[in-house]
Design a protein around this ligand. Structure first.
Ligand SMILES: CC(C)(COP(=O)(O)OP(=O)(O)OC[C@H]1O[C@@H](n2cnc3c(N)ncnc32)[C@H](O)[C@@H]1OP(=O)(O)O)[C@@H](O)C(=O)NCCC(=O)NCCS
Length: 190
């Protein structure tokens, strides 16, 4: 199991544990209406048992190296989840997904969490490409890869079925060489 990752500003990413199912469910339940606007799963997460099943699944995926999700802890509370929703080891490629509680929005916490995931992905997991997909009209979600230097690579039409509609996805990609150049401040070689 991965270790905890410090993301700065008191934010810590910790692998989810079964004993956190109650806290996770309470957070989903309190944010259900916000989350279902952009995510497909809140309507299938209806009891603490669903959150337990999710954590068991996440931990199994982590053991297989197929995904790696973390609880976001800030000021002693769980405030969201972020991680690699899939990892393609053969191509050294992965996608990041995330959500945050309403009261934790607007403070740069998810940008800090994703920045820490980029460091973990490129340095520790030795990934070559990291992708983020966001609904084209999900302004807050799109702002995160845009802030962190991802390139907008295109649009996948009707890529996701939500409760009441299909949404197009904006696809963002960041390559290891681009990330390294951003760290050192020099421009990537064209
Ligand atoms: C997507 C989501 C995680 C974005 O949350 P967020 O709070 O906007 O993102 P951050 O935590 O990075 O915060 C950025 C905000 O904090 C502000 N901010 C303050 N200090 C900051 C800092 N040091 N660094 C970056 N941003 C900072 C930014 O200006 C921005 O606010 P603004 O949009 O009003 O300009 C959240 O809206 C969410 O969970 N939505 C529902 C689920 C969802 O859509 N998930 C993604 C599916 S693809």
């Amino acid at each position: 199991m991965a270790d905890a990752i410090k993301a700065g500003r008191g934010l810590e990413l910790r692998p989810l544990r079964l004993r956190e199912a109650k806290a996770l469910f309470a957070l989903v339940d309190a944010n259900r209406d916000r989350l279902r606007r952009w995510l497909p799963w809140p309507d299938a997460n209806l009891t603490v048992l669903d959150s337990r099943a999710y954590i068991l699944w996440v931990r199994a995926q982590a053991r297989l190296g197929a995904a790696l999700s973390f609880g976001l802890w800030w000021k002693g509370s769980l405030v969201g989840v972020a991680g690699f929703v899939w990892i393609d080891a053969a191509n050294r490629s992965a996608a990041i997904g995330y959500w945050l509680a309403g009261e934790a929005e607007g403070q740069g916490l998810m940008t800090a969490a994703v920045s820490a995931l980029l460091r973990h992905g490129f340095r520790t997991l030795k990934l070559n490409r990291i992708e983020i997909r966001a609904g084209v009209r999900n302004r807050r979600s799109r702002a995160i890869p845009e802030r962190l230097g991802f390139r907008h690579e295109g649009t996948l039409r009707q890529a996701e079925r939500l409760a009441d509609r299909y949404v197009d996805h904006a696809v963002y990609g960041l390559l290891a060489e681009e990330w390294r150049h951003r760290q050192t401040g020099s421009p990537p070689i064209q």
